[in-house]
Write a protein that binds this ligand. Structure first.
Ligand code: SF4
Ligand code: SF3
Length: 538
């Protein structure tokens, strides 16, 4: 196997025997084959679009299948076997519907009949195979684009669940995946396709934002208890709001409290979700601590999307996956039917007493923050707020990620920290106080809400009549998986400079490609909190 799509890749180079994430070589091969099959489907979709045929099922399948290959999403070989078969079926249906001729290569791929045969096929179409460019810099951009597309696919999948779609997003994905087989494209073409991914991701996140806020209202500042309420309990993790809503509906009146985990924390701010009285509080921290935290939770756990890790035996029978998530042997919920989870919650002990745990504030999406924009602008003009830091991105297991905790601790008292995504768990429960009533720590939301942060930055720039790069705002980002790659490409597409990125730089970026990024965007690795703060604040 060879995989280097995430930040924790082995030795900062690539996982070759087994994923640091727990992905086996067989699953890695099946994921490679899945990508190859989707590339074939994309080729046919591109030609079909030219013939005026667009198939919504193909579009939705495309993003769902890509989402399932994201880090920490699907580890179940059996589910990939089904998806690969379905991919080829849809491809042939579309080819017939659009009355297209025959294809070769990925678009003519026929899956082997048995699992071993599929794994064999997968080993021949991996990242370093001749299905990608032989030029290491072009390949680097192809892989950067592929990972960006995976992020876009995740967001597009969430958005379409809430009824928000734009064929421009699907068309780009199909075109860029098809381009990967086009040997005549050069380095500049790939720079263009890579930045285009960032542009398309902004559109996708806009759709997702419209889906979330259109369905559940704009998040409002909300205190979320970190303790527990005596009673039966269900824990829900991942990012999907619709899954959470359905769970809340189905558990209403059943004397069960629903707790969020990880990236579900910001959902407490949505009016359409917080109205449920039994939607109680938040439990635990970021994904990499789940084995210990899940083992101590006295009720069942539902994983709606990333990040899942190998379940411990103690909760193997009380954890459930749904949507794109899978783990071999773990029950996969279908059609948002939570009855097995509810049954399990009623069997399990739940919390036997109330537990005090303090609380954290969420709900500072663009609507809430821009609602107090005049006060913020006045505070900046009066010199009460010196600088804004967006400290956001993914969390992870590496000790070097303590940088972000220390950084936020050391941010001077006259500065405000905006945060989003699961990286916030490095400091989410710190008491940072406020500046004239404006909280110094503002949780914008999930990684899925990065659009909201971009909107805030742009609105501030407009208000001050300056460019985003001239704002007293610095981005200190942490990445782990491919949604972060998509967001990073969006920031680059918007021309945002001086981003500090850590804890390490992507292994899939070659020195020459990095050079281009540094020259054009002055992107740089994090150093130490003291040194970076000094460089920024002077
Ligand atoms: Fe390794 Fe990350 Fe790929 Fe898992 S997803 S195999 S940890 S590079
Ligand atoms: Fe976290 Fe997995 Fe990326 Fe949504 S949940 S930010 S790592």
């Amino acid at each position: 196997m060879f995989c280097y799509q995430c930040e924790q890749t082995a030795n900062g180079k690539g996982c070759t025997k087994m994923g640091v994430c727990g992905k086996t070589a067989d699953v890695a091969a099946l994921q490679d084959l899945m990508i190859y099959a989707v590339r074939g489907l994309s080729e046919v979709a591109v030609e079909a679009r030219k013939a005026g045929v667009v198939d919504p099922e193909v579009n939705r399948f495309t993003v769902n299948a890509l989402f399932s290959t994201l880090t920490n999403v699907d580890f179940d070989p059996a589910r990939f076997q089904v998806l690969i078969g379905r991919c080829v079926e849809l491809r042939e249906q579309l080819r017939n519907k659009a009355k297209l001729g025959t294809f070769d290569g990925a678009a003519a791929f026929q899956p082997a009949k048995d699992p071993n045969g599929l794994v064999d096929q997968g080993t021949k179409v991996g990242l370093m195979s001749d299905t990608f460019s032989a030029d290491e810099n072009i390949r680097s951009l192809q892989h950067t684009t592929l990972y960006g597309i995976k992020g876009v696919a995740a967001y597009a999948d969430h958005a379409q669940i809430l009824g928000q779609e734009d064929d421009r997003v699907y068309a780009y994905i199909h075109e860029a995946l098809t381009a990967m087989g086009n040997k005549s494209l050069g380095l500049n073409d790939w720079v263009g396709l890579t930045l285009k991914c960032g542009e398309i991701n902004i559109r996708t996140m806009e759709l997702l934002d419209a889906g979330n806020t259109g369905t559940y209202g704009h998040p409002v500042p909300t205190a979320v208890p970190l303790g527990a309420k005596k009673g039966k309990a269900i824990l829900v993790s991942g990012h999907d709001l619709k899954d959470l809503e359905e769970l809340l509906k189905q558990t209403e009146g059943k004397d069960i409290y629903v707790y969020t985990h990880g990236e579900m924390l910001p959902t407490h701010g949505y009016p359409g979700l917080k109205k449920y009285k039994h939607f109680y509080g938040h439990y635990g921290t970021a994904w990499q601590n789940q084995a210990k935290e899940f083992a101590a939770f006295p009720g069942p756990i539902v994983m709606t999307t990333n990040c899942i890790q190998k379940p411990r035996e103690s909760y193997q029978n009380s954890i459930y996956t749904m949507g794109p998530v899978g783990w071999p042997g773990v029950v996969h919920l279908k059609d948002r039917d939570f009855s097995p989870v509810i049954k399990k919650a009623l069997e399990m002990p739940g919390f036997t007493e109330d537990k005090e745990g303090g609380s954290v504030m969420v709900g500072f999406g663009r609507n809430a923050v821009l609602g107090v924009a005049p006060a913020v602008i006045d505070a900046v003009k009066a010199g009460k707020i010196r600088h804004f830091f967006l400290v956001g991105g993914c969390d992870g297991a590496k000790a070097s990620r303590n940088y972000y905790t220390e950084f936020v601790e050391k941010v001077p008292k006259d500065c405000v920290v905006l945060t989003l995504a699961c990286g916030k768990f490095k400091f989410f429960d710190k008491e940072l106080g406020n500046i004239g009533g404006i909280p110094r720590l503002l949780d914008v939301g999930q990684c899925n809400d990065a659009y909201s942060a971009v909107k805030i930055a742009m609105a501030l720039a407009d208000a001050f009549k300056i460019g985003v790069n001239d704002l007293p705002l610095s981005m200190i980002l942490s990445w782990y998986e491919q949604k972060a790659a998509a967001i990073l490409l969006s920031l680059l597409y918007l021309g945002i400079k001086d981003i500090r990125l850590g804890p390490s730089l992507p292994a899939f970026i070659t020195p020459a490609v990095l050079d281009v990024l540094v020259k054009n965007f002055n992107i740089m690795p994090i150093t130490t909190p003291d040194q970076d703060l000094k460089a920024i604040l002077g």
